[in-house]
Design a protein around this ligand. Sequence first.
Ligand code: ADP
Length: 402
Amino acid sequence: MKIFVLNCGSSSIKYQLIDSEAKKVIAKGLLERIGTAGSFLKHYSVYDYAIEIKRPVANHTEGIQMVLDALVHKDYGVIKDLSEITAFGHRVVHGGEKFHESVLINEQVIEDIKKCIPMAPLHNPANLAGIKACMTLMPNAPHVAVFDTAFHQTIPAKAYLYGLPYELYIKYGLRKYGFHGISHQYVSGTAAKYLGKELAELRLVTCHLGNGASVAAVKHGKSIDTSMGFTPLEGLVMGTRCGEVDPAIIPFLMDKEDMTGKQVYQYLNNKSGVLGISGLSSDFRDLEKASGNGDERASLAMDIFAYRVSKYIGAYAVAMGGLDAVIFTAGLGENSPVIREKICENLGFMGASLDKEKNAVRDGIREISKDGCPVKLLVIPTNEELVIAEETERICQNIVFL
Ligand code: ADP
């Protein structure tokens, strides 16, 4: 089956056309700056074509049309006709408590995704814009929603409820939801295959460390806790997000800095994290370089980041009553030996000792723990698009081939 996977942001469309049987990407690309005069599409095909088209794209419908045109283009297209695409898989950030798994999209599903907008005001409207545009252009194909929150719906109440009046949970759905579920799910399954074990017998801590970062406790294949919360602001110190802070800091800042609640929220989301601590950058490549040149605040930002990841690993080992493997994934988790070494510094007592030589190797799925360690340390490149394609295929199989 050829599955078209979409990840729509407010001004961008990331996409891949995937052959789900061969698990191969046939074409992929990124359309950026939708709604401005500077829109551009970078499109890559399996036949080694890479093209860049610059022209104004007013909205998601125009953007998706441009991408579909690229797929069937006579020179650099990868398919002859759009009818070759069996189904469309859409990434949706917030599915609330409604969605425990991926679903075929219909009017009711769209309404239910809309109801989750207050919990993901930046992401869900963009995801919906992509869904609606795509359904308008390809009305006869099945469309499937795959949620970032769904994998974490197995988290028990003792882990997802905050120490707040219970009525607030009933009234507003105030609870931990967790994000990056598609990635946590993928790397857990891949780790089990790599270790030659059943997922159902493993206790894993998965560390998705990118610009946004989260850790999950995956016990016997199910998420039982995760560091992000009601929104993706909770948990780890991230590129620009503060992660957990004393909530009393919010009224303190409103008072001392004469800020509104909204301004503090933006401050905690966009000006904090390692960017705020270092005063330099949210990108760890910049921080590593500056730290190497003796910049103390860059070193401090990296230490704070790593310290908090390692605390979560310890906490989740306790939550699961033991630990079989720790998995590192996403931009930073896959590519930064320095950060992995800092995170693993104190894990030796739990039976997880880092092998510095193995840690320095950069390529594919790999073990970076010392030989014979009872707790394995693994690096597993994430592949969220493949999970969305597989989920879309799974949901569509019943309807397409009956
Ligand atoms: P997201 O998808 O959340 O935007 P990514 O998973 O692409 O983020 O991760 C981006 C981050 O990964 C960058 O900000 C950078 O800090 C880090 N990163 C990527 N490559 C490297 C590298 N070679 N060394 C150190 N950090 C890296």
